[in-house]
Each structure stands twice: as structure tokens, then as C-alpha cells.
Design a protein around this ligand. Structure first.
Ligand SMILES: [Cu+2]
Length: 454
């Protein structure tokens, strides 16, 4: 048999055939179009802007009220450092491994995070995202490939789409670089598209956005920061927060950890999260921030092993590193980038402050003839796979206290923090408005006043 496999042959065999190599060993039967062994890159290249690794791991959700036998998963304690409130939930996900050594990167097997890193691109600027697959440490029997699918990307090249029947997938140990040149500013989401019902809800998903060409123009809005190319400054903002909505069905996660099958059509979310946490943990700081490395993604500090650093007393949130708290000074404009990759429609409500919807699904709110179709509301109904860009103007500070608090919550009762004394299922956070001039300019996405930054 011819051992030289052209790309054309590769796509022919990838439909499901089995073939022999020169050594006589059998290649695995391809369920999807996966990269061939000769395309393995053992030492990672450096021709990328961002490097993500897909693997499994453990996250934390409030252990009470329990959902026996699924939550908390007792296996989590085996993977938790001594003295730390045990991890509760088996997850899949992506870690940002940009800048790690090969050894540090390999160490991140079974140390993923929920949700995956937030990343961004500038309009018309090429962004290269390299992906590797570290495998599933707890389930070596599952040799699942992973991909990155940028949901809603409009000028996609199918080769880089990540949908596994129309593009390649990244098998365990392999590396692939996705190339994007975005033309359409706004808020999107991304996720692994392999076994996607499972891989998405297990955690391989997050939010991605594109900054507009208009950025830097201080004539239309003083900050020079905009959600869209509005031409009039109407989408200008002073601070921005990414708010990613996702869900966890405890039984599905337990099944993956305990080698049980799952009928995903029975999906029933037990936890509704913002940025991978439930209230009141949404209010706590981010894990320590690596500001210098946060050029294309919000990047956390890592230790000598490449593992995520934690805040003191928050070690149980090591793999739920994202805060969802929103802070601002009175009078400032705040952009909230919402994306929902749960299964249900959410009703995110900001009590006491009107939100102006300036974009939906990465499209500015303008009619064909340019008519302004933005609108004010206190509730957005956001379906699965949808995104919303809203801007609010922080009201005057009223006091007393260091800041005024406005609740941002899901008004669907079962998705808010009402299901038990321990509080689970809490898609809820806060907007804190400080007196004008209290907070300095925002340095990075989702900045929390108590963050450790280096
Ligand atoms: Cu995957």
C-alpha cells in the first residue's frame, strides 16, 4: 500500500475507512476527520497569538444542597489539594497554555477550567489560535478529539470552522492552528464541536469578541473604546464585562466521571452559572491576573508547574477563575457582553438601571437604511447560542456605603439562587456603582477591585 498520504487521500480515507501503514499497524477508524500521525507536532510551534489546550479536570460548585449520588461527586476529593474544600464536579474544558514550556503544558492534563478563557480579536487583524489536545486524564478510554468552533463567525473558511464533519479535529497529542481574520465586530462565543452536546455542557466553551476599527477615535467618545463602528459614538464605553451564561447538569458530569452513559436528551440543568460560577461566588475576585500576557485573552497567573494560581481562601475556585462582578464609577458607560451557551433561554434583568441594547448576535442595532433600532430595557431574553451587547450609564451615587448595589439576575425563578439554603442554580451578580472618580480606568476585561495583578 502506498504510504504517502496526500491531503486528497486524507479526506478520502477520513470518511471511515481503515488502512495499513508501512509498519503494518492499523490506524484508528476515523469517526471524524482527524489529523494524521505524520502531522503530529511534538514541540509546539510559536507561530500563534494564543495557545489553548483541551483536557478534563475538576471544578467547584456549592456542595449543598446535595443531589445524591451525583452532587457533590465524591471523586472530586481525590483531585483536591489537602485542606481545600473538595472539588465537586468533573469537567472538560480549555486552558490557556500560551507561554508555558512543553513540560508545563503537559502538566495541565486534568487541570482544566470552567468556563474556558475569554479571548478577543481586532477587526481585520489576523488572529491565530493554536489548539492541542492533552487527552482526558480520568477517561483515557475516551480518545475524543476536540476543535474550536467560533460560533457565528461570518466569513469562516470551512477548514477552520471546527465542525467535525466539514473540517479537521484535533486528536490526543496533536496540534492545529486556527486562523481568523474577523470583519464583523461584536460578541460571539466559541466551543468544541466534537460530540458537542456533551463537550459543550461539560465546559469546552466561552465567549469571544471582536473590537471595531473605530477604536482609538476619541472624537466620538472620550475613551476611544466602542462596541461597534457606529459612526456617532453611541456604542462608546468606559468599562466592559464579559458575562458568559452556561449550565451544569450534575448527573451528566457524574456519569462521565464514573464511566456511565448519558441520555443527553434528559438534560436538566441543576446549576445556572455566570462565568462558570454561581451566586454569591460570582461576586468574588478573579484568580490572580497576568496583565502583561492578557493581550489576546484574559490570562491568569500560573505557578512553576504551569498550574493556575489561586487567591488565599479561594483555593476551591482554582478552576472556576472568572469573576462576574461589575464595578464602575457614577456617570460611566459600561458595556456588558452577554453570550448564552446553556440550553435554556435566560431572562437577565438589571434591577434599577436601564440597559440599552446596542447589538445582537454581533450585529449593531441598525436597520437596513441605518435607522437606530437600539432600545432600552431592564430585561434581555437570551436564547441558547445568542449574544447581546448592552450599555448602561451608571446612575448618580446615592450612598451610604462605599458603593451602591444593583442586582443583575436571571428573573426565571429556577435559574436564580432560590433552590435551597445552600443556594445553587444562582445566575446572579451585582453592579456596584462608586462615587465618580473612585475607581481608576479599567485595566482589563472584568476587572475586580480585589484582584491580584502582576
Ligand atoms: Cu471536545
Amino acid at each position: 500500500m502506498n504510504t504517502q498520504i496526500s491531503r486528497r487521500d486524507f479526506f478520502k480515507i477520513a470518511g471511515g475507512a481503515v488502512l495499513l501503514t508501512a509498519g503494518g499497524s492499523m490506524l484508528p477508524r476515523f469517526l471524524h476527520k482527524t489529523l494524521l500521525p505524520e502531522q503530529v507536532v511534538t514541540a509546539a510551534g510559536t507561530d500563534y497569538d494564543l495557545y489553548l489546550a483541551g483536557t478534563d479536570g475538576w471544578g467547584w460548585l456549592p456542595p449543598t444542597p446535595a443531589i445524591p449520588p451525583y452532587h457533590p461527586d465524591p471523586y472530586g476529593a481525590d483531585y483536591t489539594p489537602p485542606g481545600v474544600d473538595p472539588f465537586t464536579t468533573y469537567i472538560f474544558g480549555f486552558r490557556n497554555v500560551t507561554g508555558l514550556t512543553d513540560t508545563q503544558r503537559e502538566n495541565q492534563r486534568n487541570k482544566t477550567q470552567h468556563n474556558a478563557p475569554f479571548f478577543w480579536a481586532d477587526q481585520e487583524q489576523e488572529l491565530r489560535v493554536q489548539l492541542t489536545n492533552l487527552g482526558l486524564a480520568l477517561r483515557p478510554d475516551l480518545t475524543d478529539a476536540h476543535t474550536i468552533h467560533w460560533h457565528g463567525f461570518r466569513n469562516v473558511i470551512p477548514f477552520y470552522d471546527g465542525e467535525p464533519h466539514g473540517s479537521v479535529s484535533v486528536s490526543v497529542g496533536q496540534v492545529f492552528t486556527y486562523v481568523y481574520r474577523p470583519h464583523d465586530p461584536g460578541t460571539y462565543m466559541y466551543h468544541c464541536h466534537v460530540e458537542d452536546v456533551e463537550h459543550v455542557t461539560m465546559g469546552m466553551t466561552s465567549l469571544v469578541f471582536v473590537r471595531p476599527l473605530q477604536n482609538g477615535n476619541t472624537a466620538l467618545y472620550p475613551s476611544g473604546k466602542y462596541a461597534y463602528n457606529d459612526g456617532d459614538g453611541s456604542t462608546g464605553y468606559d468599562r466592559e464585562n464579559a458575562l458568559f451564561l452556561s449550565e451544569i447538569w450534575a448527573e451528566g458530569h457524574w456519569n462521565d466521571a464514573h464511566i456511565q452513559g448519558t441520555d443527553w436528551s434528559l438534560f436538566k440543568a441543576d446549576f445556572s452559572m455566570i462565568n462558570g460560577r454561581v451566586h454569591p461566588y460570582t461576586l468574588l475576585p478573579n484568580s490572580p491576573i497576568n496583565l502583561a500576557a492578557s493581550t489576546h485573552a484574559l490570562t491568569f497567573q500560573t505557578d512553576s508547574n504551569g498550574d493556575l494560581m489561586t487567591n488565599s481562601e479561594l483555593e476551591h475556585l482554582q478552576y472556576n477563575p472568572h469573576s462576574a462582578l461589575i464595578t464602575c464609577n457614577a456617570g460611566e458607560r459600561v458595556l456588558l457582553r452577554f453570550a448564552n451557551l446553556g440550553f435554556r433561554e435566560e431572562a437577565m434583568t438589571l434591577a434599577g438601571i436601564k440597559m440599552k441594547v446596542v447589538g445582537r448576535d454581533a450585529t449593531i442595532m441598525r436597520g437596513r437604511d441605518g435607522t437606530d433600532t437600539s432600545y432600552l430595557t431592564n430585561t434581555i431574553l437570551i436564547g441558547a447560542g445568542e449574544s447581546y451587547d448592552v450599555i448602561f450609564e451608571a446612575p448618580a451615587y446615592q450612598g451610604p456605603g462605599p458603593y451602591d448595589t444593583y442586582i443583575l439576575y436571571n428573573r426565571r425563578y429556577t435559574q436564580d439562587s432560590n433552590l435551597g439554603p445552600g443556594g445553587y442554580g444562582g445566575q446572579r451578580t451585582e453592579v456596584r456603582v462608586y462615587p465618580a472618580g473612585t475607581l481608576g480606568p479599567q485595566q482589563y476585561l472584568n476587572q475586580h477591585p480585589d484582584d491580584i495583578v502582576a
